[in-house]
Design a protein around this ligand. Structure first.
Ligand code: FAD
Ligand code: UDP
Length: 369
C-alpha cells in the first residue's frame, strides 16, 4: 500500500514526492513520459550538447526558501539571461531599454530623456486590464506594434487585448541600460542540468518511479491512500465543465557545425518569422563545444499542454474545476497544469512546498484530535 500516488514527475510532483518520502511516506511517482523532470527535462543530444527538450528553461527566483531547497540537490552556475529582438533588421535588447530606443531610432538619449520620449507616446488607459493596455499605456502604439502585437498573436493566437494584463506584464519596460531578461536575486542554472538535479531529488528508498504510464492505467491495480495530481485539471475530472485551453509549442532542435550561432542566449523574432524565438543552449549551460545546438519555438493549438491561457473566460471555467478539486477528498492539486496558472519553475516549487506544509499540518491536527 502506497501512502501517495504522485501523478507527474515534473517539479510540482517531484517536490511533493521528495518532501513526503523524507517524512517516511511511501510514494509511487508516475509519469506518462519516458523520463522525470517534466518540462524542464534536459539531455545530451547526438552531438553531446546539453539541450532542453521542451524549450529553454532559465531558473530565476527571489525566494531564498526555494533556492535553498533546490540547492540540496544541485550545485549552480551563475547565469543572467539576455535576450535580443530582431526588429527592423537590427538586433536590439529585450526588454525594451535605453539602448533599444537609441539603436532603433538612431538617438543618443539619456535615461530621463527616454522616460520623456515614452511619456509622449504612452496612451492614457485607465484601468489597465489587458495585455495590450499594459504596453500601450507605457510605450505607445509604435513600440507596441514592433515588439508585442505580432509576437503575442503568434504565441497565443490572440490579440493582446484579449489576454489578461499579467501576460505582457512579465516583460518590463526600462529606461536604464539593464539588459538582463530577469532581475531576480537568484539567477542560476543547475550545474549538471535539470535531469541530474531530479535524479538526486528522487533517489530515496521510499520513492518508486513508474514511467511510460498514464496514472489511469494503474488506478485499480495498485493500492494507495492519497493522490497528488499535477496533470491538467480538466482531464482529471473528465472535462465535466468543458476543456480548458492550453497553448502548445512545436520545438525544432538543430545542431550547427560552428561554435557560435547567435550573439546571445535567446533572440526573439516578433514579426517576420513563424517561430517566436531561437535559443542557443551553450549560453545557458556554459558548455564548451565545437558545435552548437539551438531550438526554434513554433506555437501551436494542438500538442502537449504547455501554457494555460490567461483570459477571463478561461479563469471562469477553471474556477469551477478549482471548487471541485477543493472538495475532492484525499486528492491534492499542485503545479502549472493542475492549478491552471502561468507559473515559472520557482513558483511551482513554492506552491508544492506550501502544499506539503499544509498536509503536514492536517496530519498534526488529525493526531491531536
Ligand atoms: P510539468 O513539468 O508539465 O509536469 C507535469 C507532468 O505530469 C508531465 O511530465 C506530464 O507528463 C505528467 N502527466 C500529465 N498527465 C499525466 C497522466 N495522466 N499520467 C501520468 N503523468 C501525467 N519556467 C521558468 O522558471 N523559467 C523558464 O525559462 C521557463 N521556460 C519555459 C519555456 C517553455 C517553452 C515552457 C512550456 C515552460 C517554461 N517554464 C519556465 C515553466 C516551467 O516549465 C514550469 O513552471 C514547470 O516546469 C511546471 O512544472 P509542473 O510539474 O507543474 O508541470
Ligand atoms: N512578449 C512579446 N514580445 C517579446 C517577448 C514577450 O510580445 O519579445 C509577450 C508575449 O505575449 C509573451 C509574453 O510577453 O507570451 C511573456 O513573455 P515571456 O518571455 O515571459 O514568455 P515565456 O518565456 O513564458 O514563453
Amino acid at each position: 500500500m502506497f501512502d501517495y500516488l504522485v501523478v507527474g514527475a515534473g517539479l510540482a510532483g517531484s517536490v511533493m514526492a521528495e518532501r513526503l518520502a523524507k517524512t517516511g511516506k511511501k510514494i509511487l511517482l508516475v509519469d506518462q513520459r519516458n523520463h522525470v523532470g517534466g518540462n524542464t527535462y534536459d539531455y545530451y543530444d547526438e552531438a553531446g550538447i546539453l539541450v532542453h527538450k521542451y524549450g529553454p528553461h532559465i531558473f530565476h527566483t527571489n525566494s531564498r526558501e526555494v533556492f535553498e531547497y533546490l540547492s540540496q540537490f544541485t550545485e549552480w552556475r551563475v547565469y543572467e539571461h539576455k535576450v535580443l529582438g530582431s526588429v527592423d533588421g537590427q538586433f536590439v535588447p529585450i526588454p525594451i531599454n535605453l539602448n533599444t530606443i537609441n539603436t532603433l531610432y538612431g538617438l543618443n538619449l539619456s535615461s530621463d530623456q527616454v522616460e520623456q520620449f515614452l511619456k509622449e507616446r504612452a496612451e492614457t488607459i485607465v484601468p489597465v486590464r489587458t495585455s495590450a493596455d499594459v504596453v500601450l499605456s507605457r510605450v505607445g502604439k509604435e513600440l507596441y506594434e514592433k515588439f508585442f502585437k505580432n509576437y503575442t498573436k503568434k504565441q497565443w493566437d490572440m490579440d493582446p487585448s484579449e489576454l489578461d494584463a499579467s501576460v505582457t506584464a512579465r516583460v518590463p519596460i526600462r529606461t536604464n541600460k539593464d539588459d538582463r531578461y530577469f532581475t531576480d536575486t537568484y539567477q542560476v542554472m543547475p550545474l549538471h542540468g535539470y535531469t541530474a538535479m531530479f535524479n538526486k531529488m528522487l533517489a530515496h528508498e521510499n520513492i518508486k518511479i513508474m514511467l511510460n504510464t498514464d496514472y489511469k492505467e494503474i488506478l485499480d491495480m495498485i493500492p494507495f491512500r492519497n493522490i497528488i495530481y499535477t496533470g491538467p485539471v480538466d482531464s482529471y475530472f473528465d472535462y465535466c465543465y468543458g476543456k480548458l485551453p492550453y497553448r502548445s509549442i512545436e520545438f525544432k532542435h538543430e545542431t550547427v557545425n560552428k561554435p557560435v550561432f547567435q550573439p546571445t542566449g535567446t533572440v526573439n523574432y516578433p514579426n517576420e518569422q513563424a517561430f517566436t524565438r531561437i535559443t542557443e543552449f551553450k549560453y545557458l549551460t556554459g558548455q564548451q563545444h565545437d558545435k552548437t545546438s539551438v531550438v526554434y519555438e513554433f506555437p501551436r493549438a494542438e500538442g502537449d499542454p504547455y501554457y494555460p491561457i490567461p483570459t477571463a473566460e478561461n479563469a471562469e471555467i477553471y474556477r469551477k474545476y478549482q471548487l471541485l478539486a477543493a472538495t475532492t477528498p484525499n486528492v491534492y492539486f499542485t503545479g502549472r497544469l493542475a492549478t491552471y496558472k502561468y507559473y515559472n519553475m520557482d513558483q511551482v516549487v513554492a506552491q508544492s512546498l506550501t502544499l506539503f506544509k499544509k498536509i503536514q499540518q492536517q496530519v498534526l491536527n488529525a493526531e491531536t484530535q
